[in-house]
Design a binder for this molecule. Sequence first.
Ligand code: NAD
Length: 299
Amino acid sequence: MSEERIGFIGLGMMGLPMVRNLLDDGYRVTVFDLDDSVVSRAKELGAASADSASATASRSDIIITMVPDSQHVEAVIAGPDGILEGLSAGSVVIDMSTIDPEVGRKMASLIEAKNANFIDAPVTGGVGGAEAGTLSILVGGNAETFERALPVLNVLGSDISHMGPVGSGHTTKIANQLIGVATVAGMSEAFVLAKKAGLGMQAFFAAVKNGAGRSWALETLGPKILEGDFAPGFMVKHMQKDLRLADQLAAKTGTSLPTSSLIAQLYRSVQASGPDADSQGHQALVQAIEKLSNEQARS
Ligand code: NAD
């Protein structure tokens, strides 16, 4: 059993399976989430629970945050009853959420002022990767803290990349999202075209899935689209958040992102289609393409 005690905050689609892997590896894990139902599920797996982020930090050597967006990370770390209030000198905070790199850097300086350490370590690989412990983890921070965190990161992922100083992990993740979202958009257009042109959808999928268009999105999300399965995975609202982060970074760096900007508009039309539309999986992008051509990409 590792001597490092883990605190884990944010037990959503990603956090809960990550906690399961840490427990299975023998780590002692204390969890906190605003949603009591997911805390109960973590306790069933063998985690202890605390009633605030601050109490979680005070019982932990390494504290992981896996919450939706920048404001949630700020609240969990620097808000009332936040990590900073319970943090011991020498401990490590790892933010694995996808957020604004500037906010990561701001959190790092607050944490370093308490003689503790911060790295950003967002992930890619989806819920399947979180469950299997095969995430790609994109790390920003100093080498010493990276080495200290590595045994824990190795439980959660199989491909750990140290990208540079604090903020480099978040920056890498934001750029990565543009690759993923473009493949979902291309796949959506291909499916609608194939259907409208009279092809059998299962035959089309089987014919192209191992060709040059092969991708994680096609393999994982393609069958879901064909079945009309829009359960999350990775929610529309989180992808829209990532596209906003990309747009902010692009504005700051003078980068033009015409394709991603158009895709963000398509996601907006999905979000506008109903009250729960943005809690669907991000494969729901196909719904925007389907509406434009009045055709459903179903088998
Ligand atoms: P989610 O919405 O399923 O879960 C987020 C959890 O954080 C919820 O349980 C929520 O109650 C909790 N939370 C929010 N604010 C909190 C607070 N102040 N204190 C305590 N708990 C709080 O999100 P997710 O899909 O697990 O994603 C988490 C992060 O990981 C996001 O930044 C997302 O972009 C990123 N991510 C998600 C995926 C995916 O496939 N789902 C893949 C890679 C990265």
